[in-house]
Design a protein around this ligand. Structure first.
Ligand SMILES: [Zn+2]
Length: 281
């Protein structure tokens, strides 16, 4: 894909072909963010969503009439591949939960969900993610890595839902655009933890969220050696589903209740060595 219009602004844009982004939720935010990430030149994407396209989604989501009734991840896969056939995409037609949470433990995670339960899960299992939400005429976006975490400033779970209160498509597209822009910044240079709060038609607040003392979210976040997690899990996690056991974690691997093992290694050979050591012990 030709990125000549982006290169003057982001000279190192080519590094994105080797980067990984996991998008949790392929609705109003995710279907737009995913497309913008592909158009920015990202090389590897995992899409997680268990929904099918419904007629009322078309008001704001990146789908068309003939997609109704099909899984969102499948439709989005076809669209993203049609934009850039060289991109590698993993689709997971499941809702994110504690048994498949290994999917969000490496690479940059983009929260495009519509509920606080899943966001808390991301907050507690990912150390490198971009929070995003939109409802009615307002929305929020924030890059989060370690502290402060989302639960440092989120005092109570909101009971507000778009299906009851409605949402403008302008705000979901604005929030998705900002989220993908922050992702571009995170992956090519740097990004701080400012929380951006938008209200239509044009009010913007940039907020510095403080670290909360004894925050549950901060304390429960698994300590993942982010530099070592590398990309191995993206290609290998499915290979190691035959090990049974309870959840346990050490510095080299995490074993989940469903039998999946997530190995932290610099490359496939090292991961295989660690795996054979686990199997013989
Ligand atoms: Zn916290």
């Amino acid at each position: 894909m030709n990125l000549d219009r982006l290169k003057p602004l982001v000279p190192n844009i080519n590094i994105l072909t080797k980067e990984y982004v996991t998008i949790v939720g392929c609705g109003a935010l995710g279907s737009v963010t995913a497309e913008l990430m592909v158009r920015n030149g990202i090389g590897n994407i995992t899409l997680i969503d268990n929904d099918i396209v419904e007629d009322h989604n078309l008001q704001r989501q990146n789908y068309v009439q003939k997609d109704v009734g099909k899984p969102k991840v499948n439709v989005l896969y076809d669209r993203l591949i049609s934009i850039n056939p060289n991109i590698k995409i993993i689709i997971v037609q499941e809702r994110l939960n504690t048994s498949n949470v290994h999917l969000i433990q490496s690479g940059l995670v983009l929260d495009c969900t519509d509920n606080w339960y899943t966001r808390k899960l991301i907050n507690r299992y990912s150390t490198h993610w971009i929070f995003a939400s939109a409802i009615k005429n307002k929305g929020m976006v924030q890059y989060l890595n370690k502290k402060p975490c989302m639960e440092c400033w989120l005092e109570t779970d909101s009971e507000e839902h778009c299906e009851d209160l409605g949402v403008y498509n302008a705000i979901t597209h604005i929030i998705a655009s900002i989220q993908s822009h922050l992702a571009l910044q995170v992956l090519t240079s740097s990004c701080d933890n400012t929380l951006y709060h938008f209200t239509l038609p044009g009010k913007i607040h940039a907020i510095n969220t403080p670290c909360k003392v004894e925050c549950q979210g901060c304390f429960s976040t698994p300590l993942l050696p982010k530099e070592q997690v590398q990309r191995v899990c993206h290609n290998m996690y499915k290979t190691y589903t035959y090990i049974k056991g309870e959840f346990q974690q050490n510095k080299q691997y995490t074993l989940f209740k469903d039998g999946t093992i997530h190995i932290y290694a610099d490359n496939k050979n090292v991961a295989n060595t660690i795996l054979s050591e686990i199997l013989t012990n």
